[in-house]
Design a protein. Structure first.
Length: 263
């Protein structure tokens, strides 16, 4: 992403604000509040948010940086979203933005941080890590309506349980995921949740490796936790800072993936 950087003060403030907003009740998370706000914000905001999510998915499918698929602000504004609504998304840590300064003939796009809430005609936007989680939650929520929230109501008083001997993650008596092979990073996250009694949020529990980007490694581990679940009753996601993990119930479980090999 070139010259774009976030200041330490801004990162610290974002982390503090996010942690202050997270409920200690695993059944009521920050994602629920954000999802409700997005649905109430109007069609233009929701349509723009979904479009940014699709751009993120395209980037993942092409194994490219999300900034290669960043959407120009003028393109989003054609859907009807206002500058104030875009700033609201930024303020909620759902969207990141920077000014594109790519030159003719460059192979990759480059950007310069504009910081804060300042936007210009060169501004481009992507979803933050937390924004991706919020998009997944909101889209799933919309698709599941008016399905009764059976899974959440049935398990409202049940916490997940990680069995380190059997390498099984369960919700009540239901098997969520079983590890056939050792997965150190995923298991470290599950160990941390189990030891702390399954709070809504934990800090990054992974051992630091100077040869690896800690935020990218945590993000990859979270994605793997959500894959190959026999019964998709639990969803994990980053907290938007790259330094913590959230979990929540999945109201409408997805069909288990056909390949039962656990990775």
């Amino acid at each position: 992403m070139g010259s774009r950087e976030q200041t330490q003060d801004q990162a610290t403030n974002d982390t503090r604000a996010l942690n202050d907003s997270i409920s200690t009740d695993g059944s009521t998370t920050l994602l629920q509040s954000i999802g409700d706000s997005l649905e109430q914000a109007g069609d233009a905001v929701l349509d723009s948010f979904v479009r940014l999510f699709r751009a993120h998915q395209f980037a993942e499918e092409c194994n490219r940086s999300p900034w290669e698929f960043a959407i120009e602000i003028r393109q989003l504004q054609r859907t009807g979203i206002t500058t104030e609504e875009i700033r609201w998304l930024i303020g909620k840590n759902l969207v990141d933005h920077a000014e594109e300064n790519s030159s003719l003939g460059q192979v990759t796009r480059t950007f310069q941080s504009s910081g804060g809430f300042r936007l210009s005609e060169k501004s481009c936007l992507i979803l933050t890590e937390f924004g991706v989680c919020a998009a997944e939650y909101t889209i799933d929520s919309i698709r599941s309506k008016p399905v009764a929230a059976s899974i959440e109501s049935e398990n409202a008083n049940v916490s997940p349980r990680w069995d380190t001997v059997r390498h099984e993650l369960r919700l009540g008596n239901v098997l969520v995921k079983k590890f056939k092979w050792r997965a150190a990073n995923q298991e470290a996250i599950l160990n941390a949740f189990e030891e702390d009694g399954w709070p809504a949020h934990i800090d990054d529990p992974l051992t630091q490796d100077p040869n690896m980007n800690p935020k990218r490694r945590l993000s990859d581990a979270i994605k793997c936790l959500n894959r190959k679940q026999q019964n998709s009753l639990i969803r994990f996601c980053g907290d938007g800072t790259g330094e913590g993990v959230l979990w929540e119930f999945v109201e409408t479980p997805r069909e288990p993936e056909p390949n039962n090999t656990i990775v």
